[in-house]
Write a protein that binds this ligand. Structure first.
Ligand SMILES: Cc1cc2nc3c(=O)[nH]c(=O)nc-3n(C[C@H](O)[C@H](O)[C@H](O)COP(=O)(O)OP(=O)(O)OC[C@H]3O[C@@H](n4cnc5c(N)ncnc54)[C@H](O)[C@@H]3O)c2cc1C
Length: 448
């Protein structure tokens, strides 16, 4: 154990979420002595799991999905040696269900817009004419100025492009809500354009990535080994209280128990709301508190059900027009079997569902399952659990994309990382991984 009163680190990374882990991994690989500081007893931040006391099964706080174009996340997992724990669809395939039954989007391996067009054309309820009217979407997503798109909501963008109702209802609206965590009427067109451009890029041809284990297993252990091999330390259950300065340089990180460590560089990889708390009043004045406040927060509710019989035939199903927007079937995702058939309902965004009682949410999910899946009529709930993450993401409002800060802080050796920084993405593990990697590279560029 390194004595925290005297130890000197190359870099102190405050926050052990995906951003902090990505940063620490890249620095450790470059032989930097890193202190990775996390206030909770486990790493992963908003990507974590715990054991259910009743069933003994592991539970994710909210199951995370990836897309093939999560390049920074995939490179982090390769670095940690855990990329085989995520199974990617060879091509994007998303099944949606409404009152008329199921319809599946299957992305075709065709150049550029044609892959999307062929996928849409294969969906029940979308005519060739509707596909034709969607022809400008990807071109606009790739080429239009981000300033211009960030001034409008997705809904205004779709109106301007003439996107028909069928394509919105069966495909774009549910994807926007799950990727940006808000409805198209409120979410920034620029953020969604970035998601679409990446998902349908010629580089990212894989489809959705499903984590086949409790998601904590992606990081814990692996990052500890990397950091320790380079002479650093992962400090769990340690809340950083303040970053202390000498002149304009940060020198110490002080903990809640009064102890301190010194470091050449400090990476602040905490959620945006927690950033001001790490600075005294004088230094807080240099922060752009306007943007930190405007980012706000939006909830995600997950309803975990253990059923006595299988109801889902696939890993993921979108429920069109129902409060439960997507359902995941762990039978088709996790490699470790459960004694029961586990399904997880996802309700994204500030839709008011986070204010409902657990009983109401469970009843709602069963009603939604029965409306879409005949098998659900005979299914009994053996166990249920609701996880409400009230500050799951920042709000993806128009007007914020260009204002999000980059890696550089007002001080020469303090760096920002986290999903809230200027990655161009909504709050995602990809945005977090990218920001952590950029902070590490910025530090290496000034130290090497
Ligand atoms: C329910 C849910 C579902 C989601 N689904 C998806 C999905 O499907 N796909 C996707 O890409 N993204 C998804 N996201 C978003 C994604 O999880 C986040 O964008 C990402 O994990 C943020 O990582 P981060 O490192 O920036 O922040 P965090 O994960 O919040 O990490 C910050 C860490 O800093 C620590 N910390 C804070 N203050 C201090 C302090 N003073 N001292 C020490 N430590 C401190 C915190 O404890 C935390 O561990 C979801 C999020 C939630 C909650």
């Amino acid at each position: 154990m390194i004595d925290p009163r005297t130890s000197r680190f190359d870099v102190a990374v405050i926050g052990g979420g995906v951003a902090g882990i990505a940063c620490a991994a890249e620095l450790a690989e470059a032989d930097q002595r890193v202190a990775l500081i996390e206030q909770r007893p486990t790493l992963g931040g908003r990507v974590h799991s715990h054991r259910d006391s009743m069933t003994g099964d592991m539970i994710d706080n909210g199951p995370h999905l990836m897309v093939g174009g999560y390049f920074a996340t995939r490179s982090l997992l390769r670095r940690l040696g855990t990329s085989s724990l995520v199974r990617f669809q060879p091509r994007l395939e998303i099944a949606m269900c409404d009152e008329d039954g199921e319809t599946v989007f299957r992305h075709r391996r065709l150049p550029r817009e044609l892959g999307l067009a062929a996928g849409l054309a294969g969906m029940r309820g979308i005519s060739w004419r509707d596909v034709w009217r969607t022809r400008d979407l990807l071109r606009s997503a790739r080429d239009e100025s981000r300033e211009k798109l960030d001034a409008m909501s997705c809904e205004v963008w779709f109106d301007r492009l003439g996107i028909p109702e069928s394509v919105r209802r069966l495909f774009l609206n549910p994807i926007c809500l799950s990727a940006l965590n808000d409805v198209p009427a409120r979410a920034s067109a620029a953020l969604f354009a970035n998601v679409l451009a990446r998902t349908f890029s010629d580089r990212g041809t894989d489809g959705l990535g499903f984590i086949t284990v409790p998601q904590t297993d992606l990081f814990e252990g692996a990052i500890q080994n990397l950091v320790e091999q380079a002479g650093g330390e992962v400090m769990l259950g340690k809340r950083a209280k303040q970053v202390l300065f000498h002149g304009e340089r940060a020198v110490w990180v002080q903990f809640a128990d009064g102890r301190e460590i010194t470091a050449q560089h400090v990476v602040v990889a905490v959620p945006h709301r927690a950033v001001p708390d790490l600075f005294d009043e004088q230094h807080r004045g240099a922060l752009d508190s306007g943007i930190l406040e405007s980012l706000g927060s939006a909830p995600i509710v997950n309803i975990h059900l253990w059923l006595n019989r299988p109801v889902l035939e696939r890993p993921l199903l979108g429920l069109i027009g129902r409060p439960t927007q997507f359902v995941l079937g762990l039978d088709h995702i996790w490699t470790e079997p459960s004694r029961h058939h586990r399904v997880i309902g996802i309700i994204s965004g500030p839709t008011g569902h986070a204010e409902k009682s657990h009983a109401e949410l469970i009843d709602q999910m069963m009603e939604d399952l029965r409306a879409c899946l005949p098998e659900a009529w005979g299914a009994e709930v053996v166990r249920s659990l609701v996880v409400k993450e009230r500050a799951a993401t920042f709000l993806p409002c128009p007007g914020l994309l260009m204002r999000r800060p980059g890696t550089r802080s007002p001080w020469p050796n303090v760096w920002w990382a986290g999903d809230w920084t200027a990655s161009g993405f909504p709050a995602t593990i990809e945005g977090a991984a990218l920001s952590g990697s950029e902070a590490a590279r910025a530090i290496l560029s000034v130290t090497h």
